[in-house]
Every structure is written in C-alpha cells, then in structure tokens.
Ligand binder design. Structure first.
Ligand code: MRU
Length: 362
C-alpha cells in the first residue's frame, strides 16, 4: 500500500540483517518505522502491539526466529526463542502457524546454513501472505460486486477493528476486497467501528482508508446495530485471529455483537482470513484461548491534544476494577460465509474441507 506515494509493506528485512516494521503504536499521528535487532525486540513488538493483526503477528514471529538464528543457531536457542515468541499473544493462530513453518524450514539444516535458511523462509512467509491477501481481495470483490449490482447505489459496509494492510504484510484481509472494489470503480462507503479499548478502527482503519481515498465514517462500537435497523448497512466484513475447523470465527472483542445484530436485520456477515488463521485442531470456538490484556488499555485512552501533544488520560474511577478480554467468538451459524485465498465457502467443517482438501499440509 502507498503512504505519501511510496509503496510500503508492514515488515521487511534491512541490508544490515535487522527487521524494519511500521510502528503502529504511533499511528495515526505519526508514520514511523522501528528496527528489530534481536528476537526479544520482535517479541516486545508483538506483545506491545507495535505490530498487530494476526497475519502480521505471524510474519513478525517468523522474522523474530531469523533474528534469533542470526545471534545463535543452536537448537537450544531456537527452542527458547520459539517459546518466548509463542507466549507473546495467545489468540492469533498465525503466530503458532508461522513458528511451525520456521521450525520445519530449519530442521535438519546444518548450523552454518541456518541463517540464510531462516531469512529465506521468513521472506517466503511474507510473500505468501501478500499473495493470499491479494487473492482474498479478488474473491471478496466478487461478493461485493454481486451486492453492488443488486443495490445499484453506494454500498455501505461495516467493519470492526483493523483487518487492513496494517494487520497483514500488504492488502489486508477484510479490507482487501474493499480496496479492490474501490479501485474497480464501485461506490463503497465504510462504517468503521472505533474498536475500544485500543481503537484500532478509529486510529488504523480510518488512517488506511483515508490514505487510499476510500469514503468512510468512524462510528461508536455500539452504533452498528442501530444503523442496521435503519437499513444503512448492506454488509459486514471482518477479519479473524483464529477460525476453527468447524467455522467459528474468533476476532476482536465486539465482533460477536455485530454478527448478532446482522442476523437480526438480515445483513450478510462475512469473515475474511488466510490459511494460517485456521486452527484445524479445534472444532469449537469456545476452546480458543482468549487473550486478557492489561486493564490499563480500558481505564485509559490516548490521543493528541489540540496543541499537538500525545497524551494518555484516565477515564475510569481509580477504585473501579476493569476486565480487558481482547477477543470474542462468533459461532459459525451467524456467519454468512468465509472468504479465504481459495474462495468463498459456508462457515462449516464441510465448507472449509471443500476449499482445503489438503488441510493440515501447512
Ligand atoms: O489486537 P489486534 O489489533 O491484533 O486485533 C486484530 C484483529 O482483531 C483483526 O481483526 C484480526 O487480527 C484479523 S487481521 C487481518
């Protein structure tokens, strides 16, 4: 995607062997990059959400393994790095998936060849992500086109959190079809859920859509249901951090409520994600570990003052406890269809199996 006319991915290796990422904690106010020098830097970037979004978490963990191998290629060190990276964020399946791929690529490789092998595999994981997200866009575009042809007017699409190019290596998952529809000349307007507590919608999705020129409006998380009742939402499309083999979709907290409102109002609800998001070992969403993050993310908000300073202020009484569970599960029965790099399928075991008869291979 382009920022001020220059093409960017969200992560790339530098000639010096470090790994450069966009520092998402500074957006939308400042576009800055940061260099990761060690696997501990990569773990810190994931844990503290300098990078975030399931596919990008996986890509950063992959390069984190390459950084680990660069400093020590022994099996013991690789094991330790993989364990530390795995513990950074428990919900996104792409993290374990990328680490498994890295371990597979290094297994049986001579010590002196491991650095090259690790960087090669991390680069391949990133390139695959770009291609998969592009394909998700193509398949999702078909869905949007069909709706646009029926509607014959601007299509209003609601999205939650940030499942755009910032959440992946490029293109995004839920936003990829939206970019393609916009670029193909379809009139789309996006309702952007602010996505409390960390406001990824207000700060990241709005930033991305604005930079690409896609018409959008930021709304309070709780407005979606009302807009659906008013006939002002034609479609919901979200990403996923982990989708079970049975088609349950785990995504940013608040997604489930949007799916309930969508069903009640006859609004189609789609989830878009690549292969690495699918957890073939789980049938039911209730078995997915839900990340609990610091209550400070809920009790405080960060923003820019009119004088230009970035400040964090408390919005909850000092004495009140707060619970910050970061994800929820939308059961497959509420999901109209899944959009992956292989096509569009019903949210069910048989639907996914048809798209992935070779499931488990990656
Ligand atoms: O906590 P985050 O910002 O990592 O959560 C991101 C989301 O919930 C996205 O919707 C999800 O990772 C899909 S990303 C393409």
């Amino acid at each position: 995607m382009k920022i001020s006319g220059a093409h960017y991915r969200t992560i790339w290796p530098t000639s010096g062997g470090t790994v450069r990422v966009i520092d998402q904690s500074r957006l939308p106010f400042e576009f800055a990059t940061i260099d990761l020098d060690t696997f501990a830097d990569a773990a810190h970037a994931i844990r503290n959400m300098i990078v975030r979004g399931a596919p990008l978490i996986g890509a950063t963990a992959a390069y984190g393994m390459a950084l680990a191998v660069r400093s020590n290629a022994s099996d013991m060190y690789i094991d330790e790095a993989a364990q530390i990276l795995q513990a950074t964020r428990p919900t996104a399946n792409n993290l374990a998936w990328a680490l498994r791929r890295m371990r597979g690529a290094l297994a049986g490789v001579a010590l002196k060849e491991r650095v090259d092998a690790a960087y090669r595999e991390a680069a391949a994981i990133c390139d695959t992500d770009v291609e998969q997200c592009r394909s998700i866009g193509v398949h999702g575009l078909g869905v949007i086109q069909a709706l646009a042809n029926t509607a014959g007017r601007t299509l209003n699409i609601l999205t939650h959190c940030n499942a755009g190019w910032l959440a992946t290596v490029d293109w995004g998952t839920a936003l990829s079809p939206i970019y393609m529809a916009h670029d193909a000349g379809h009139r789309v307007h996006i309702w952007v859920d602010e996505t409390r507590p960390r406001n990824q919608g207000a700060s990241l999705t709005a930033f991305e859509l604005g930079a690409h020129g896609v018409p959008h409006t930021v709304i309070a998380d709780n407005l979606g249901g009302h807009l659906m009742q008013q006939g002002r939402v034609d479609m919901v499309i979200v990403g996923s951090d982990r989708t079970t083999a049975g088609g349950d979709v785990c995504n940013k907290v608040g997604t489930y409520l949007k799916a309930l409102a969508a069903l009640d109002n006859g609004v189609p609800f789609y989830a878009a994600f690549p292969l690495g998001t699918i957890d073939w070992s789980l049938e039911q969403g209730r078995d997915i570990p839900i990340e609990e993050r610091s209550a400070v993310e809920l009790t405080h908000v960060t923003g820019r003052t009119s004088a230009g300073a970035i400040e964090t202020v408390r919005v909850v009484p000092e004495a009140s406890p707060a619970l910050n569970l970061a994800f929820d599960v939308t059961p497959s029965r509420l999901v109209t269809a899944l959009i992956t790099e292989r096509g569009v399928c019903p949210a069910s075991r048989s639907g996914l199996r048809k798209l992935y008869p070779d499931r488990g291979a990656a």
